[in-house]
Design a protein around this ligand. Sequence first.
Ligand code: GTP
Ligand code: MG
Length: 195
Amino acid sequence: MNITQAEFVISAVRPNQYPEDALPEFALAGRSNVGKSSLINRMINRKNLARTSSQPGKTQQLNYYRVNQMLYLVDFPGYGYARVSKTQREQFGQMIETFLGDREPLKMVLLIIDIRHPPSQDDCLMYNWLKHYGIPVTIVTTKADKISKNQWQKHIKIIKEKLEADPRDKVVLFSSETGLGRDELWQVLLNRIEE
Ligand code: GTP
Ligand code: MG
């Protein structure tokens, strides 16, 4: 995918702040610090358009990035970060539920999982929730550069089993560090738009 334009549009907290141009949207969900913002940067070939941090809990709103006047990548706050307050956590939960439950332009959620670790309980909840609402899901196992190649398939198998993933859901092996999986993931998004 050749990126001709990528821009940050808005950090939205309320539905009336979501963009109204009805371009297809792809949201990224996953634990805090799993690499959601890094994945966006890699997808659009920009070093730091989406703010990343070694400190978990950096992304706190729904951050909209418009790519090639064609689609939005929507960066979610990460879940499972213990050091945010309970109220804050509930607010995030509410915001994400409102979004996922009733967002017409949403085409798919990319569930981002660290390839090194089995999915957390929150990951499983998120996956089940997406399934329950019939939202198409692609599982992206990221940080693949952190383990050796011959471990990849074993880890992916564990992740699928723990999630009890629908065998029809695609799993994309990814690394924001090396760019592995970038072309494949773009293809998944473009195919979904053309459906
Ligand atoms: P929150 O916004 O807190 O939810 O985190 P996030 O999911 O957006 O994670 P972020 O992209 O900020 O990345 C967290 C840390 O992991 C950063 O230090 C990144 O450099 C690192 N990281 C992300 N993806 C990869 C990857 O594919 N490989 C390696 N080696 N490091 C990565
Ligand atoms: Mg982030």
